[in-house]
Design a protein around this ligand. Structure first.
Ligand code: 13P
Length: 355
C-alpha cells in the first residue's frame, strides 16, 4: 500500500498519532501564519504588566490574555498560541475555557511545559532548564485540557569562555528527553534552544555558537528517536550581541541565519519559528521578511513571537478597559505585518497603514 492510499483507519494507533502530530506541526506553519507566544511565567508577566503600571494579579493576567485571544479575526494570521499553565486553566469572562475560545478562532492551543532555568552546578553564569520530573503526567493532563503542542526553552548565554560544551550538551539532552515525552503524549514539541542577544559578541560568534548548539540538539533528538516531521524548531535569529559595536543590516542577518540553518537543520523538520528575543517588533518583522525574501527553503520560516507581538498591545491597553479595542487592533496589525513577512512582502511603510 502506498503512503497515499494508507487511510487513517487502517493505521496503527501510533501511526495515527504521528500523522495527527505531523498535520498539527504543518498547520502551525501554514503560509502567512505564525505563533503567538503568550506563555510568560508568573514572574515574567508581572514584569511586562509592571511596564505599563498594572499590578499582576490572577484577574489582570486573565484580562490581558482574554484581550489577546478574543481579538476578532486573529486566526487569519495566528495559527497557534502558547499558554502558561495558569492560563490554560482560565476561562473568558463568559465562562468559556481559553482553549475553547482559541479553537473557535481557528487557533491551536499550545502549552509551555518547562519549569524555567536554574544555575548549572559547577558552571558559573550558565543555566539548565528544569521540568522533566513528572512531565509525562503533566503532558497527559495538558492534552486533556485541550493542548495540541508544547514548548520547552533552553537558554544559552554567550560571554567569556561561555557557552561551555557541558552547558550545550546538558540542555540539548533535556530538550530531546522533553521532545520524546511530548510525542509519546501525542503533542507536537517546539524545541527552543535560545542563544541570548545579551553581550558584546559579534555576528560571526553568534553564528558559530548557534551552529554548534543546533548540531548538538539534532544529534540528541536522533538519539532519543524524536520524529523530526512532528516537531518545530524555535531558534534565535543569528544576530550580533546588543553590546557589539558592529551592528549589521537585515540582509546580512538573513543571509547568515539561513546559512547556519541550512548547515544544521534537517529538511524533515516542517518549520522553523523564530523567537524575537528582545528585538523591537519592527526589527523582528523586518528580519523575518528579509529571511523569507530569499526564496524557498527546505522548511517553512515563521514566527513564534512573544514580546514582538505583545509590546504594542500592552502599550495600547495600559490596563484600561476603555482601550481594549485599540489594543486588539494593535495585535491584529502586528500579526498581519508578520503574516506579510512570512511571504516576504512586508515593507516599512505598511507600519503606518491600519487595514
Ligand atoms: P520572545 O519573542 O519575547 O523572545 O518570546 C518568545 C518565547 O516564547 C521565548 O521563550
Amino acid at each position: 500500500m502506498s503512503a497515499e492510499t494508507l487511510s487513517a483507519e487502517s493505521m496503527s494507533p501510533h501511526a495515527k498519532t504521528l500523522e495527527v502530530m505531523t498535520e498539527t506541526a504543518r498547520a502551525l506553519v501554514a503560509p502567512g501564519k505564525g505563533i503567538l507566544a503568550a506563555d510568560e511565567s508568573t514572574p515574567t508577566i508581572a514584569k511586562r504588566l509592571a511596564g505599563i503600571g498594572v499590578e499582576s494579579t490572577e484577574q489582570t493576567r486573565q484580562a490581558f490574555r482574554e484581550l489577546l485571544f478574543t481579538a476578532a479575526g486573529i486566526g487569519d494570521t495566528v495559527s497557534g498560541a502558547i499558554l502558561f499553565d495558569e492560563t490554560l486553566r482560565q476561562t473568558a469572562a463568559d465562562g468559556t475555557p481559553f482553549p475553547e475560545v482559541l479553537t473557535r478562532q481557528g487557533v491551536i492551543t499550545g502549552i509551555k511545559v518547562d519549569r524555567g532555568t536554574k544555575p548549572l552546578a559547577g558552571f558559573p553564569a550558565e543555566v539548565i532548564t528544569e521540568g522533566l520530573d513528572g512531565l509525562r503526567g503533566r503532558l497527559t493532563e495538558y492534552a486533556a485540557l485541550g493542548a495540541r503542542f508544547t514548548k520547552w526553552r533552553a537558554v544559552i548565554r554567550l560571554g567569556d569562555g561561555r557557552p561551555t560544551t557541558t552547558c550545550i550538551e546538558a540542555n540539548a539532552h533535556a530538550l530531546a528527553r522533553y521532545a520524546a515525552l511530548a510525542q509519546e503524549a501525542g503533542l507536537v514539541p517546539i524545541v527552543e534552544p535560545e542563544l541570548l542577544m545579551d553581550g558584546s559578541h559579534d555576528l560571526a560568534r553568534c553564528a558559530e555558537v548557534t551552529a554548534t548548539t543546533l548540531r548538538a540538539v539534532f544529534a540528541e533528538l536522533a538519539r532519543h528517536r524524536v520524529v523530526l516531521e512532528a516537531i518545530l524548531l524555535k531558534p534565535n535569529m543569528v544576530l550580533p550581541g546588543t553590546d557589539c559595536p558592529v551592528q549589521v543590516s537585515d540582509d546580512e542577518i538573513a543571509d547568515v541565519t539561513l546559512a547556519v540553518l541550512r548547515h544544521t537543520v534537517p529538511a524533515a523538520v516542517p518549520g522553523i519559528v523564530f523567537l524575537s528575543g528582545g528585538q523591537t517588533d519592527e526589527q523582528a518583522t523586518s528580519r523575518l521578511d528579509a529571511i523569507n525574501r530569499r526564496g524557498p527553503q527546505p522548511w517553512e520560516l515563521s514566527f513564534s513571537f512573544g514580546r514582538a507581538l505583545q509590546a504594542p498591545v500592552l502599550a495600547a491597553w495600559a490596563g484600561d478597559d476603555a482601550n481594549r479595542s485599540a489594543a486588539q487592533a494593535a495585535l491584529l496589525h502586528r500579526a498581519r505585518l508578520n503574516g506579510a513577512a512570512r511571504h516576504g512582502t512586508y515593507t516599512a511603510d505598511m507600519e503606518g497603514v491600519r487595514v
